[in-house]
Design a protein around this ligand. Structure first.
Ligand code: ADQ
Length: 525
């Protein structure tokens, strides 16, 4: 199949979180399975040394003129092949600015709707227009589009409204891939004429907030919601775990989309993410102090000592060292660690948090470090090498997410023999097997345990209630095993490290969804 991913981020060129990781790695796994895959993303330039990442991408000299926001805008396309994938970067002045991908210290950019409208239009044109010199024909019209999150969400709506009625993309299918339903691309309904979507399709994008969410008596709560349009017009909807696929059909998890998603339940699937086995490989991780594997974990202790040293924590082998890596926002639940801090610090443990986000939580990390000098470190910022060192050097990884569509850090952690302690939600619940005190550690260590028959020991701890008591219960339970039963701990590490977390597994399931999409007639248009 010819498959075209559209995404606002793709690692290593651009990344603020898991979306970048997925769009960097999954396409390569699909290529390895014999597909032709293109990834389309903006060519961000912020004046830092990260701009050089795009040096390998060559100008295709193809330009597309995009009619939206009351004018015609010209975009360019840059192209680079990596591991068989065609990475295409859309070039426009609005992607060149200081700050991060979506905003700067003043908040999110006011023109994000414009920037990502351009991306979606450009992505629809690329398979028709781009012929890569020496690399075969155009992708053409018989393709599968994967529109990731709201930033790419106009793609299914454009295919249905602008192309199919004119006989283009009749054989193409569109998949709306939801990595996070929290962000939907919502703007006042008056912006609809700017989007370049035919007028009669307004209803696909319209969303009306319920009464209690409106500002005043005269506010009708009408908006254009790009993700809603994608869910309504795409041929299938896919999200990144089965648990989350269910949660988004409920009022608690759907963020207003639950009704529409329920109506499309027969076209909704959930597939847990895999991980990039080369980038996250404890046997060859250039950011870590020593290599190690499930056969010989000696290097993990060296990584722990090196991390303690780097952070200026007491270098003790016997103390459980716990990490947190993630955006400091409501989703990831760092405020729960804030609430539980004093209880945690009463235990004989060490904690390191890496993250950036809400200023009050960044300040909390700085304050906690001063308050608990021997036990707590807060690393404010975004550092991929540091994330690797924490993943390798810690004994446990804390993931108190309020909701988590899939989560990648717990997968990385398990590969590194670092056991996750997580809130039982979404993909965390799907991918972590809870500690089973009745499991057979000997069999797990010998590689003969039948995990489906209850012989597994588990790969981490899950707590059900989103409160400090539940978190502390899980932390104490984990510390208890860590201190009192080294063999059981080793067995849990073994079970965690020997799982198949590769993308190949997930890519096979994505392929199945593409096939189902191809079998059905187009949903719209
Ligand atoms: N300060 C920091 N320094 C260095 N690295 C940092 C960092 N903060 C975060 N990261 C990295 O960013 C990535 C975060 O990935 P996640 O999947 O956990 O979350 P995210 O919410 O961004 O993704 C959304 O999309 C993904 C992909 O589908 C889903 O798994 C997830 O549940 C959903 O919320 C990891 O690679 C992590 O190491």
């Amino acid at each position: 199949m010819n498959i075209v991913f559209v995404s606002s981020e793709v690692a290593p060129w651009s990344k603020t979180g898991g979306l970048g990781d997925v769009c960097g790695a999954l396409p390569q796994a699909l290529v390895a399975r014999g597909h032709r895959v293109m990834v389309i993303s903006p060519k961000y330039q912020n004046g830092s040394k990260a701009d050089a990442l795009y040096n390998g991408a060559l100008d295709t000299c193809t330009r597309a003129k995009i009619g939206c926001f009351g004018a015609e805008h010209e975009v360019g396309f840059f192209h680079q092949i990596k591991n068989g994938v065609d990475y295409v970067f859309v070039d426009h002045a609005s992607f060149h600015r200081k700050g991060s991908l979506y905003g700067d210290s003043f908040g999110v950019y006011g023109d994000n709707q414009f920037r990502f409208t351009l991306l979606a239009h450009a992505a629809c044109e690329a398979p028709l227009q781009l012929a890569f010199e020496g690399c075969g024909d155009r992708y053409g019209k018989d393709i599968v589009f994967v529109a990731n999150d709201w930033h790419a969400g106009l793609v299914p709506t454009l295919v249905a409204s602008k192309y199919r009625p004119h006989g283009v993309y009749r054989d193409a299918r569109t998949i709306c891939a939801i990595h996070n339903i929290f962000h939907q691309g919502v703007e006042p309904s008056t912006t609809f004429p700017c989007l370049g979507v035919p007028t009669e399709w307004y209803g696909a994008l319209e969303y009306q907030y319920p009464h209690h969410m409106r500002a005043h008596e005269l506010d009708e709560g009408r908006v254009v919601n790009i993700l809603k349009g994608a869910i309504a017009t795409s041929d299938r909807v896919l999200t990144v775990s089965q648990g989350y696929a269910y949660e988004i059909t409920t009022p608690e998890g759907g963020k207003g989309m639950e009704g529409l998603l329920l109506s499309r339940a027969n076209k909704l699937d959930g597939i847990a993410n895999g991980i990039d086995m080369d980038e996250w490989n404890p046997e060859a991780d250039p950011d870590c102090a020593a290599p190690y594997s499930v056969i010989d974990l000696a290097g993990k202790l060296e990584c722990k000592r090196a991390l303690q040293k780097e952070l200026g924590l007491p270098e003790r082998d016997d103390v459980p060292l716990m990490g947190f890596i993630g955006r400091l926002d409501w989703q990831k639940g760092p405020d729960l660690l804030q609430q539980a801090l004093h209880d945690m610090m009463r235990e004989d443990i060490q904690v390191v948090m890496l993250g950036s986000g809400l200023p009050e939580l960044e300040d909390f990390m700085r304050w906690a470090e001063g308050e608990y000098k021997d036990k707590f470190r807060g690393w404010v910022g975004f550092s991929v090498p540091m994330a690797h060192r924490i993943t390798a050097g810690c004994d446990l990884l804390l993931m108190p997410s309020r909701f988590e569509p899939c989560g990648l850090n717990q997968l990385y952690a398990m590969r590194y023999g670092t056991l996750p302690i997580a809130h039982a939600t979404g993909g965390l619940k799907d991918t972590i097997t809870p500690h089973n005190a009745f499991g057979d550690a000997d069999k797990v260590l010998a590689g003969t345990a039948d995990v489906n028959q209850g012989e597994g020991v588990g790969t981490g701890w899950l707590f059900n209630d989103m409160n400090a008591d539940a978190l502390m219960w899980a932390i104490r339970s984990a510390c208890d095993v860590y201190r009192s039963d080294k063999k059981f701990w080793r067995a849990m590490q073994t079970q965690a490290m020997t799982q198949d977390l590769s993308w190949n597994n997930a890519a096979r399931k994505w392929e199945q969804v593409f096939e189902w999409a191809k079998m059905d007639p187009p949903h719209c248009g």
